[in-house]
Unconditional design. Sequence first.
Length: 55
Amino acid sequence: MTRQERRKRLAGLSFSEKVKILEKLRRRSLAIAASGLRRKSAGGVRNADQDSRPA
């Protein structure tokens, strides 16, 4: 599936379906972070995929 096809598919989803996908991705991200698989950035610089909310 090309990038354009994915964009069209996502654009066609309802808001609630998009929220479900985001919740799934957030759970996956938290699980990866908890398992220690995510690399720590050098020098304490935050990665772009990390949010600013406290843990």
